[in-house]
Write a protein that binds this ligand. Structure first.
Ligand code: NAD
Ligand code: UDP
Length: 320
């Protein structure tokens, strides 16, 4: 007889950075977790510590193909998230977002599961409204290098809302802003991991542009809290809801903070800014505060400290 308090939860992209933290948290909360991943950017190392748990299962599978499983809830995270990874095979990135969403929504419809989409602040593009509320429709270049990700995620949101309106599916859409922490891929080019790894190796810290562009960085534990709270909101709340830390920093300030916290002797060097790089990004989290009772708790210095400890151990392991 199945224990109905123990939900069967599918996490696509479960071997990635956010996915592995989410799987860990759902297991801790007493659920059965099915992790689906094609290991494009995720790694078994991220979930090795969970493999002995009898309530945890892993399937190597690409979400652009149909999946037949029986679950109560789905967190759809499968998609490369860093610019160098999603631009490596842009056609596959769009397919992952769009076909992946269609397949996971089809699965949710068949088994009547509730489904959460990991959307992104990139749906706002290079925003002309600051900070960004959910009501802002964005400023995206549909033909640019980031479009495979931005437009893929925008289309995925469209599909979620059409399945909601057309098929009464229970959906939740989280627009995630830059999130960081242990288990980020050390070579995926994202700014927090890049700066920490460069600082720990005493290599130059590469700032793209003049470093005046801004981002708002959320620690992974805060973000996972938001996912869980959002999934548990009443069925009439679908989002989209911004999930991120509203404290905004310039990229130069981040570089200086990483140098200070690592005590590194690295020097800052300036490189060309990639095309379509957003100049400002800061979430308006009024809706998350109101509907989820959530706001981030972990200050940048504390979260970056945890990430430094993680990358330091990783680098020492790769040398020994
Ligand atoms: P990540 O690259 O670490 O994780 C993505 C996971 O999806 C990886 O394990 C990868 O192997 C898997 N994957 C990719 N394509 C797949 C496919 N076709 N089939 C099955 N699995 C596939 O990235 P992350 O930072 O953990 O991001 C997770 C999700 O959150 C993504 O959807 C991303 O767009 C979204 N997001 C993340 C951030 C952030 O700052 N971390 C910000 C906005 C949105
Ligand atoms: N960035 C940088 N140096 C790096 C990596 C990134 O200056 O080594 C900049 C990048 O140009 C962008 C910001 O940091 O302005 C955040 O980049 P990231 O790739 O982490 O995320 P996104 O641009 O998707 O927010």
């Amino acid at each position: 007889m199945r224990n109905f308090l123990r939900k069967r939860i599918l996490v696509t992209g479960g071997a990635g950075f956010l996915g592995s933290h989410l799987c860990e948290r759902l297991l801790k909360d007493g659920h059965d977790v099915l992790c689906v991943d094609n290991f494009f950017t995720g790694t078994k190392d991220n979930i090795l510590h969970l493999l002995g748990n009898p309530h945890f299962e892993v399937i190597r599978h690409d979400v652009t193909f149909a999946l037949y499983v029986e679950v109560d809830e789905i967190y759809n995270l499968a998609c490369p998230a860093s610019p160098i990874h999603y631009q490596f095979d842009p056609v596959q990135t769009t397919k992952t977002s769009v076909h992946g969403a269609i397949n996971m929504l089809g699965l949710a419809k068949r088994v009547k599961a509730k489904i959460l989409q990991a959307s992104t602040s990139e749906v706002y593009g290079d925003p002309k409204v600051h900070p960004q509320p959910e009501s802002y429709w964005g400023h995206v270049n549909p033909a640019g290098l980031r479009a495979c990700y931005d437009e893929g995620k925008r289309c995925a949101e469209t599909l979620f809302f059409d399945y909601y309106r057309q098929h009464n599916l229970r959906i939740k859409v989280a627009r995630i802003f830059n999130t960081y922490g242990p288990r980020m891929h050390p070579n995926d080019g994202r700014v927090v991991s890049n700066f920490i790894v460069q600082a720990l190796k005493s290599e130059p810290i590469t700032i793209y542009g003049d470093g005046s562009q801004t981002r708002s960085f959320c620690y992974v534990d805060d973000l996972i809290d938001a996912f869980i709270l959002l999934m548990d909101t009443p069925d009439d709340f679908t989002g989209p809801v911004n999930t991120g830390n509203p404290v905004e920093f310039t990229i130069l300030e981040l570089a200086e903070k990483v140098i200070e916290l690592t005590g590194s002797k690295s020097k800052i060097v300036f490189k060309p800014l990639p095309s379509d790089d957003p100049k400002q990004r800061q979430p308006d989290i009024t809706l998350a505060r109101e509907k989820l009772g959530w706001e981030p708790k972990v200050p940048l210095a504390v979260g970056v400290g945890h990430a430094i400890a993680y990358f330091d151990a990783l680098l020492k392991k790769s040398i020994s």
